[in-house]
Design a protein around this ligand. Structure first.
Ligand code: AMP
Length: 388
């Protein structure tokens, strides 16, 4: 969650920001607090900022950008943050866009707390009696409000134009504002896609489990092997290219698989997310998947590996080779061994990489279909909950 909380001085940004950050586990980035800390520490930046702050004017964009840039690249900001009191000028809004782009991410929404001017003044005069803030006195308050109207209102328009602006009435009481903001954030979280990557050796049951999981969780099932088969069957241009490659004994290049996945991502509407089976198969494909999801403002949410002992895999694949629904790649022992070997040499390193980066949920794949399904579904349900 990458959020901005704005509002005129006295709107209650600080109170609400603390609450949101605690509730959603994201750090609060208050440029005002950072400046006050610099003033207190007596750093050169603090000394420069103090004079401006005491007059109620806005501190220069260059100082603010320096502070923010440093802060958002720290590790605790990796999963999101809340800006409180930033961006306050049009220039800062543009620069923030640039910073987000550089970090390959984007903002989810700007929440604007609206409070009438006289109410702001009344609240700040009250706060001035106890806050000890040198800028909480009437003439400075009036100047801060003037700065807000002149310089920060255009920022609100900037985000309105981007379509990520939400206004909340800041006069309805702290609790009611909390509730409204929580609802907005929950709604935002609900828009995020939940993407699962399902791993397992051939014969581990990935295919049948993947399809059933997709149905249960409202996810789109993306199985690249089946997608390639489908192209061949429908004799599309891509299908003909694939057939020619197969006939020459060549592998299907990543470029074809990527195009098929892209098409699937772009045409799947109203899904809660995707479940990938048989992709990524190699380290190169794992980078491709990151890129594809990022292009759609999304990312991998959960990685599952179904574990089945090798002898059991061979037994299952051998049995499958004798059935009518047998896949062309399951017809002989040498083909089965080749597939297991491919998985071991190319895909196991991908799982190891993910294990280091995100953690992989390992599921015992021995048992009936329903038993294994229940184990995976419980894991996915927890992942779903923690994301929302
Ligand atoms: P605040 O605590 O957000 O009310 O900020 C107090 C004072 O710090 C403001 O009146 C400004 O002088 C300065 N300040 C805080 N954030 C910014 C910002 N993003 N841009 C410029 N000045 C800021």
């Amino acid at each position: 969650m990458r959020l901005i909380l704005l509002g005129p001085p006295g709107a209650g940004k600080g109170t609400q920001a603390t609450f949101i950050c605690r509730r959603f586990g994201i750090p609060q980035i208050s440029t005002g607090d950072m400046l006050r800390a610099a003033v207190k520490a007596g750093t050169p930046l603090g000394l420069e900022a103090k004079k401006v702050m005491d007059s109620g004017a806005l501190v220069g964009d260059d100082i603010i950008i320096g502070l923010v840039k440093e802060r958002i690249t720290q590790p605790d900001c990796a999963n999101g943050f809340l800006f409180d009191g930033f961006p306050r000028t049009y220039i800062q809004a543009y620069i923030l866009e640039g910073l987000m782009l550089k970090l390959h991410t984007s903002l989810n929404c700007l929440i604007s707390l609206s409070v009438p001017e006289e109410e702001s003044v009344r609240r700040l005069m009250n706060r001035g009696m106890t806050s000890g803030r040198s800028d909480d006195n009437e003439s400075v308050i009036r100047n801060r409000l003037k700065e807000y109207n002149q310089k920060t209102l255009p920022v609100l328009q900037f985000y309105r134009d981007k379509g990520i602006y939400v206004e909340v009435d800041g006069t309805v009481g702290i609790e009611a504002v909390h509730r409204k903001i929580t609802e907005i954030i929950r709604n935002e979280l609900g828009k995020r896609l939940f993407n699962v990557v399902l791993f397992g050796y051939p014969g581990s049951g990935r295919g049948s489990q993947g399809k059933a999981l997709a149905r249960k969780f409202g996810l789109e099932y993306v199985a690249t092997g089946a997608m390639l088969e489908e192209e061949i069957k429908s004799a599309t241009e891509t299908g003909k290219r694939i057939t020619a490659l197969y006939d020459e004994g060549q592998l299907v290049p990543d470029e074809i698989v990527v195009q098929l996945i892209e098409k699937k991502l772009a045409t799947s509407k109203d899904v809660k997310g995707f479940i990938f089976k048989g992709f990524p198969r190699t380290l190169v494909q794992s980078y491709i998947l990151d890129g594809l999801l990022q292009k759609h403002g999304s990312a991998i949410s959960q990685i599952v590996e179904i574990e089945v002992p090798t002898l059991e895999l061979i037994r299952r694949l051998d049995e499958r080779s004798k059935t009518a629904g047998c896949m062309p790649y399951d017809t002989s022992t040498s083909k089965i061994v080749k597939r297991l070997h491919e998985h071991e040499t190319k895909t196991v390193p991908v799982i190891a990489k993910y294990n280091q980066l995100h953690g992989v949920l390992k599921i015992d794949g021995v048992g009936t279909f329903d038993e294994v399904f229940a184990r995976i579904a419980t894991g996915i349900e927890e992942g779903f909950k923690s994301m929302r």
